[in-house]
Design a protein around this ligand. Structure first.
Ligand code: ADP
Ligand code: MG
Length: 355
């Protein structure tokens, strides 16, 4: 493995996916960019229909993007033949789905479920025996190996599902809401397990989640809006540098006290997407003025099409959700500066477009 490969373990640029249904075209990904290093654990968040599963399927070689560039572990997935893509999926990718029924066959024991996948991936009998024992131990399920899925709790089923996902010794583990059907204490156990397995087997993990508490425990949270990466939340060290890998997601045991910072993502052409609510709060309509100022770039509404703030709503139930989906910041306290006060007042204004 080259270092280049490790740094750009996942590299997506301008990824487009168009679904054609009858005469209709659905653009599920519209120029998505994403980079991840080997060993990172990423959470994909975003509204329903924003393209999270489409991206996951592309990363896993289950579906082929319509255009753009996508490489995983040194393989250019858009250039592979169908046969090569199948080989990639069988040898490099592990999947964990939300519904345990999709992960496990109900009439086979836990052990037989894992063994079956090992056989399918071409492992010999001796290697299979050794690997299944190791995986059962790694997910803490050795004593339940002979139980059928229905005899296991939801959390135990997901542990077996994770062992199944690792049966083919993948380098990338993909999860579509892997903790979506278990309670929070169980979800925490599963997240801890995923972190352990990542260390042990050098996995890169990408998972979709709707739960901010789950997202918080990953290295980096990638927010997808309208088929594009819109923001990233990273853990920041005291000195301002960005933490990666295990150090960033160590907050489960309270070792690393890093704060999360949400950042807007620019694509390779320098475009950035400003979330609609922030745009509205800044009264930005279709055009904006961009000014270079000390320390950054200022984007202001252009007077002729600035959005009008029409009505003020009550000030209660203050939250900062509009600014950050998954911010760790405490809610604003009483001692706000004048500027912050002005900003926080904006949050409770109902907005209407000028037209
Ligand atoms: P998410 O997982 O973020 O909810 P998806 O990736 O499933 O979003 O879907 C993104 C968009 O693509 C949605 O508009 C969805 O309806 C559409 N889409 C997804 N899969 C298909 C498909 N197989 N055929 C047609 N449209 C699809
Ligand atoms: Mg989905």
């Amino acid at each position: 493995m080259t270092e280049h490969n490790d740094e750009h373990f996942i590299s997506a640029a301008g990824l487009v996916k168009i679904f054609r249904v009858a005469d209709l075209e659905v653009v599920a990904l519209q120029g998505l960019d994403l980079e991840a290093s080997r060993g990172e654990m990423l959470a994909l968040v975003g509204p329903s229909g924003s393209g999270k599963s489409t991206l996951l399927n592309a990363l896993g070689g289950l579906d082929r993007p319509s255009a753009g560039r996508l490489s995983v572990d040194g393989q250019n997935l858009l250039k592979l033949t169908q046969q090569e893509l199948t080989h990639y999926r069988r040898t490099k990718v592990g999947f964990v789905w939300q519904q345990t029924a999709r992960n496990l066959l109900p009439y086979l024991s836990a052990r037989a479920n894992i063994e079956l996948l090992m056989k399918l991936s071409g492992l010999g009998p001796r290697e299979t025996k050794q690997w299944v024992d190791e995986l059962l131990d790694a997910v803490g399920m050795t004593e339940y190996a002979n139980q059928k899925p229905t005899q296991l709790s939801g959390g135990q089923q997901q542990r077996i599902a994770i062992a199944c996902a690792l049966a083919n010794k993948p380098t990338i583990l993909l999860g579509d809401e892997p903790t979506g059907e278990v309670d929070w204490p169980t979800a925490q156990l599963i997240l801890g397990l995923l972190r352990d397995l990542r260390e042990r087997y050098g996995l890169t993990i990408v998972m979709v989640t709707h739960d901010p508490r789950v997202a918080e425990q990953t290295d980096r949270v990638i927010a997808i809006r309208d088929g594009q990466t819109s923001t990233e939340t990273v853990r920041v060290e005291q000195d301002g540098s960005i933490a990666v890998g295990a150090e960033a997601s160590n907050n489960g045991d309270g070792v690393a006290q890093l704060h999360a910072e949400e950042m807007i993502v620019l694509d390779s052409a320098g475009r950035l997407q400003i979330p609609g609510d922030q745009r509205a709060l800044a009264r930005i309509g279709r055009r904006a003025k961009v000014e270079l100022v000390d320390g950054g770039i200022l984007i202001r509404p252009s007077e002729d099409d600035a959005i009008e703030i029409t009505e003020q709503t009550s000030d209660n139930g203050a939250d900062t959700a509009y600014r950050s989906l998954y911010s760790n910041e405490p809610p604003p306290d009483q001692e706000q500066s004048v500027k912050q006060k002005k900003q926080s007042r904006w949050r409770f204004l109902r907005l209407k477009r000028n037209s």
